[in-house]
Write a protein that binds this ligand. Structure first.
Ligand SMILES: [Zn+2]
Length: 332
């Protein structure tokens, strides 16, 4: 307990809150900027157990804002969750840690929540559709979750336990501006602010205070921050919290190609694509047990164990579909 003295001395949290935190299981969805900082801070504070889900490997462009990753991890194309597991173990060996190097989808989200049984889910995602999927899955299973987003100099945080509005109820208040980190950039302090409020909500939860029931908006450039009471924002006709209709969760089919931010495409290929990567067009430039990097003309591909492939350097959707068909023919 001594190592947590400083935070336990904060009376509203106290040793009771600390003991509660040490029993709390947190699931962090996404291991990028928000997710890596959330994991580090919660591990330092002595949370009971962390499960982090992320499908990416460390890249050089991550390092300016993401915690616990270094140049060596980027060079070796290490999966983020594996690096987190190693480093979290060094920070606090008492924290349980499960690393899930998978894509979170409507097909697996419920099973993952059921298997790992988090008390709270924290948002470390970077796109709106995923957050509405989390909203549906967590509502269905009755798991409190904290929405957190940072883009540019701005951030938003909202923790929900379904006594108040869910994310869908707030759709008009938190609109999808189409902004993304790849296009609009993101300033590291905006991330730090967002994770601070997300963890603030976890501290309130462990203290027995419950979530703040406030929508928090911040801007670390204009320095304008706002806190909005969400009483009265619950939508009486919300399909999620009024009728338990889970549109995204029931959409079990994912298309074969998805355009990611920053001009990257994700192809969903058969699992055998990883093992038989030598049959794909181009040359394997680098390989690890988790990922293979293939170069073909102006195109670069990273193929993962589950058959996912990130493809860089394709200028249009049509060409992406053409290339996808070419790949299909070469996979055994
Ligand atoms: Zn709702």
């Amino acid at each position: 307990m001594e190592r947590y003295n400083r935070q336990a001395s904060f009376a509203p949290f106290g040793t009771e809150g600390q003991h509660q935190l040490m029993k709390t299981r947190i699931m962090i969805m996404g291991g990028g900027a928000l997710g890596s900082h959330l994991a580090e801070q919660l591990a330092r504070m002595g949370v009971g157990h962390l499960t982090v889900i992320d499908m990416d490997v460390v890249e050089l462009s991550n390092l300016h804002r993401q915690a616990l990753y270094d140049e060596h991890d980027a060079e070796s194309m290490s999966p983020k969750v594996e690096v987190l597991k190693k480093n979290i173990g060094r920070i606090n060996r008492h924290v349980g840690f499960d690393a899930l190097h998978v894509e979170l989808t409507p097909r697996n989200i419920e099973e993952i929540l059921n298997v790992y049984q988090p008390d709270i889910v924290l948002d470390g995602m970077d796109n709106f559709e995923m957050r509405f999927l989390i909203n549906e899955a967590c509502h269905k299973l009755g798991i409190p979750w904290v929405y957190g987003a940072a883009v540019g100099s701005k951030g938003t945080v909202y923790a929900m336990d379904y006594t108040g509005p869910c994310l869908k109820c707030m759709l008009d208040i938190i609109p999808d501006t189409g902004e993304s980190c790849a296009i609009n950039g993101v300033l590291p302090p905006a991330i730090h602010q967002v994770i601070s409020y997300e963890i603030g909500e976890v501290i309130r939860y462990a203290s027995g205070e419950g979530f703040s029931k406030k929508l928090i908006s911040l801007d670390i450039f204009t320095m304008k921050n706002q806190t909005m009471d969400i009483d009265g924002l619950k939508d009486g006709s919300c399909p999620v919290c009024d009728r338990s209709e889970y549109e995204l969760l029931n959409k079990k089919e994912s298309g074969p190609i998805e355009a990611l931010c920053g001009g990257t495409y994700m192809f969903r290929l058969k699992r055998t694509a990883f093992d038989s990567a030598e049959y794909l067009p181009g040359n394997i430039k680098k390989e690890t047990p988790f990922v293979k990097l293939i170069s073909y003309k102006d195109i670069e591909m990273t193929v993962f164990q589950d058959g996912r492939m990130n493809v860089y350097g394709i200028p249009s959707d049509d060409l992406a579909y053409d290339f996808y068909r070419t790949l299909l023919k070469s996979i055994r």
